[in-house]
Design a protein around this ligand. Structure first.
Ligand SMILES: Nc1nc2c(c(=O)[nH]1)N[C@H]1C(S)=C(S)[C@@H](COP(=O)(O)O)O[C@H]1N2
Ligand SMILES: [Mo]
Length: 319
């Protein structure tokens, strides 16, 4: 086998956080040079193995759930990423040839520090941590995912937002040639999301760069995506290229598409139904065809950490 799996990589080969993606590129280049057959469409499906690289220097977090994580298979084959198609298996199929490098993240708006940064430089100052989170999609299914990420609060603080920065907005890459799903206007591209500055500063909010200890697969939002576990999955914007500190509540893709169905807050709330279905229960992906649904928890079970953010806010109106 030409391409080695993470388990076959010796710890001595793992040098530094800054080098892990460079090594991945090296391995991919090697794989392509080593077998011309890999370049043919019939073999395209095996190429993604090259991106399965361990991320070194990942700490543990006491904010992790002790529930059993979903399988790597479930997490990487049952996805929502409309830039690669609207079917659940579309992202794992059609994002394989996406190259999440080179990758530039632009930070702008009401902050003392702004600018454009290469992905590696962007994440370098921050500690990498494993965070095992319950994730709840607005479509009433859920998973438990062992993310590798950096604290969004640390990122926000490092850019020194001014008092005018009330919200943080995020944008995904906008490039039809690399994201074939963008040829159809199923959403207004680029995909947009936002948080209040207090939500962004909450210790639970992270920018994920990996899962199961490995570099983030393309279908899960490589190279960097937002994870806010007390909100419906659509807040977790993938493939981020822009972060803006803004004064007014930003426009968000799902709210622009259907304002009556998807609000800005999108907090998981079993008591507030989606106009077309109940949010009281959820199906845990991978639990089996005959497993009964489980009850959805207020704020997806993270109320202790986040309920204070919404004191005095009518959650029925601000859904
Ligand atoms: N750019 C972008 N980000 C996105 C989406 C999308 O279509 N485009 N889908 C969202 C939705 S609806 C969900 S449920 C989560 C799914 O994340 P996962 O596939 O890693 O589980 O990604 C979110 N982030
Ligand atoms: Mo979702």
């Amino acid at each position: 086998m030409l391409i080695r799996k993470p388990a076959d990589i010796l710890p001595s080969e793992i040098t530094s956080k800054e080098n892990y993606l460079k090594r991945r590129d090296f391995m991919r280049a090697g794989a392509l040079a080593g077998g011309a057959a890999l370049a043919s469409p019939a073999f395209a499906a095996v190429v993604p193995d090259t991106s399965r690289m361990m991320i070194p220097g990942v700490g543990k977090s006491d904010l992790s759930t002790d529930e059993a994580p979903n399988s790597y298979e479930d997490i990487t084959t049952y996805n929502n990423y409309y830039e690669f198609g609207t079917g659940k298996s579309d992202p794992s199929r059609y994002a394989q040839s996406f190259e999440p490098r080179p990758w530039t993240i632009t930070v702008e708006g009401h902050a003392e520090k702004t600018g454009s940064f290469d992905f590696d430089d962007f994440i370098k100052p921050f500690a990498l941590e494993e965070r095992i989170y319950r994730m709840r999609c607005v479509e009433a299914w859920s998973m438990v995912i062992p993310w590798v990420g950096i604290s969004l609060a640390d990122v926000v603080q490092s850019f020194k937002p001014t008092s005018k920065a009330q919200y943080v907005s995020f944008e995904t890459l906008d490039d039809k040639s690399r994201m074939p799903g963008q040829r159809r206007r199923v959403l207004a591209w680029p995909y947009r999301e936002g948080l209040t500055i207090a939500e962004a500063m909450n210790p639970l909010s992270i920018l994920a760069v990996g899962l199961y200890g490995e570099v983030l697969p393309n279908q899960n939002g490589a190279p960097i995506r937002l994870v806010v576990p007390w909100k419906y999955g659509f807040k977790g914007i993938k493939g981020i290229v822009k972060i803006s500190f803004v004064e007014k509540q930003p426009h968000t893709s799902w709210n622009m598409a259907a304002a009556k169905e998807y609000g800005f807050y999108a907090n998981v709330n079993p008591e507030v139904s989606h106009p077309r279905w109940s949010q009281a229960r959820e199906r845990r992906i991978g639990a089996g065809l005959f497993a009964s649904k489980q009850e959805t928890l207020m704020f997806n079970g993270y109320g202790e950490q986040v309920a204070h953010l919404y004191k005095g806010l009518d959650l029925r109106r601000n859904f």
